[in-house]
Design a protein around this ligand. Structure first.
Ligand SMILES: Cc1ncc(COP(=O)(O)O)c(C=O)c1O
Length: 499
């Protein structure tokens, strides 16, 4: 890699995920097309011979030929006898996006936006939702667990067994509150592992934590009510609250988590505090016991609700986890939320809320009105997975694997970037936040990552609008130690070359 001309596209940076459901030739084709459209492979530039690229990427020669042929058919590439395959000089997008066509498209887009409700317009103007997370992850996309280490064979075996004996209750309409045996399994797990004080009747199965946020904001917040969120904090929660008409007040955090006294100073009579105390998103620290008690005290004296998002509670590498805030609550003021997206796999779309008994009926109604219920079949397979001990084994195994992926990332950054960056390893979480040694260096770090298509989330995406805090969030969970080390090495080489 180091010998190649830095101006030219480095084909060895193409990432092929052999575990992905997307065929290998499609992964290669998509990445080549993106690189051409972004100008990273210039018009007229020659592509490597199929034999060489297949060797570099460890894929079959047919895979490469198939991708090339499809891009030739689409007009991105041209094959010339004797001189191999080159990028076309007139690209299809150049033809499609001539100013006239683009103008028409822009006008149409503005008209489409005007047709929407106020809430619809806010969503429309936020950005391009279609692009969210559907491409195969590249290092260091956050929020993605290690799909390569998930015991698919067990999941498959349990699914097949359930399919063979498919009972009537799994074919018909399900329970809007969730499959009862799954609620029981979750209640048992939460009591033991997180000190949550609940029974299965207080559990509502949701379509992931995101649906939990939507239901909570719809049922507990009126337009104009205030919700506290952490600063920085989980932006999708902010958007849900705001789109439901709430006012969001961002409360700073320190190494002990949300600074409750600051929340009280800014807006004591908020209706709800949304927090990630088990593992702060995105900085990774744990909320201290004294802050937890302070927050409960605020809730009791101001009749506020606490929404405790324990999305990542299973992954703690040092020390013992603190029990949940829900377990410390004496006044039914906490709603506890969890998800299987990180601990198992995000495509499952199953999560849960633990709600005070007095609210259960309203939540079940809201779920019924929203989308009836989650698919009973997946809930039944998940129940078996938990009841037969696979869940516990998987969590134990992943804790070790994530600890070593986290160590690989810390070590690679330290060795390759030295004093150019700083970061602190946290005892929880599937991400590290890295900062350039100063503003200029951080800008250079980002440019260099963008050039190599290294994925990261800027901390500023999770901060309140108008602020621009430093920091790059790097997810390590979905990548092997080798991928982590290679990517950091290439990144550092590219960065240092630009000195
Ligand atoms: C802090 C936090 N809460 C909630 C969620 C949503 O999880 P789900 O995929 O279950 O909707 C995420 C997902 O990344 C998250 O980071």
């Amino acid at each position: 890699m180091g010998r190649r001309n830095p101006q030219r596209f480095d084909f060895a940076t193409i990432l092929i995920d052999h575990e992905s459901a997307q065929p290998l030739y499609r992964q290669l084709e998509d990445q080549l097309r993106d690189a051409i459209l972004q100008g990273r492979i210039a018009p007229g530039e020659r592509l490597p011979a199929t034999r060489r690229l297949s060797g570099d990427l460890h894929v079959g020669r047919n895979t490469v030929s198939q991708s090339y042929e499809r891009l030739i058919a689409e007009g991105y590439l041209q094959a010339e006898i004797g001189s191999g395959t080159r990028v076309s000089t007139e690209l299809p997008e150049t033809l499609l996006n001539r100013p006239q066509a683009r103008k028409k498209k822009e006008n149409k887009t503005q008209r489409d936006g005007a047709l929407l409700s106020q809430r619809g317009k806010q969503m429309f103007e936020f950005g391009d939702w279609n692009q969210l997370g559907i491409k195969p992850p590249r290092p260091f996309r956050p929020h993605v667990p290690a799909l390569d280490l998930f015991p698919r064979h067990i999941w498959q075996r349990l699914s097949e067994r359930r399919l063979r004996r498919l009972s009537r209750d799994l074919w018909g309409t399900g329970d809007s509150q969730g499959y009862r045996p799954l609620r029981q399994a979750i209640a048992d797990y939460l009591k033991i592992s997180r000190g949550v004080n609940c029974c299965s009747d207080q559990i509502l199965i949701t379509a992931g934590a995101q649906q939990g946020l939507e239901l909570v904001s719809r049922l507990l917040l009126d337009p104009g009510d205030t919700a506290w969120i952490e600063e920085p904090g989980y932006t999708p929660a902010r958007l849900v609250f705001e789109l439901n008409g709430a006012r969001v007040v961002s409360i700073p955090v320190d190494e002990e988590g949300l600074i409750v006294s600051e929340g009280v100073r800014q807006k004591a009579n908020a209706r709800l505090a949304y927090i990630t105390p088990g593992s702060h998103w995105p900085l990774g620290m744990t909320m201290s016991l004294s802050r937890r008690l302070e927050l409960l005290n605020w809730a009791q004296h101001h009749s506020g609700w606490i929404l405790e998002d324990d999305y990542n509670s299973e992954f703690r590498y040092d020390g013992r986890p603190l029990p949940s805030i829900q377990g410390l609550d004496q006044h039914e003021s906490v709603l506890y939320m969890g998800t299987f997206s990180k601990v198992l796999f995000p495509g499952l779309r199953l999560g849960y809320l633990v709600i005070p008994a007095k609210l259960v009926n309203a939540f079940v109604g809201a779920r019924w009105l929203a989308d009836r219920h989650s698919p009973p079949f997946e809930q039944a397979v998940l129940t078996d997975f938990i009841e037969e001990g696979h869940f516990e084994r998987h969590v134990r195994k992943m804790r070790t694997s994530y600890a070593s992926r986290q160590a690989a990332l810390s070590e690679a950054i330290r060795q390759n970037f030295g004093d150019e960056v700083h970061f602190s390893r946290t005892e929880t979480g599937l991400q590290l936040v890295v900062y350039g040694a100063n503003e200029k260096k951080e800008a250079k770090l980002r440019r260099s990552a963008d050039q190599l298509e290294i994925e990261y989330h800027p901390v500023s995406f999770y901060a309140s609008p108008g602020t621009n805090p430093a920091g790059m969030i790097l997810g390590f969970a979905a990548f092997t130690e080798e991928q982590i080390e290679n990517t950091i090495r290439s990144w550092a080489m590219n960065y240092l070359k630009r000195a």
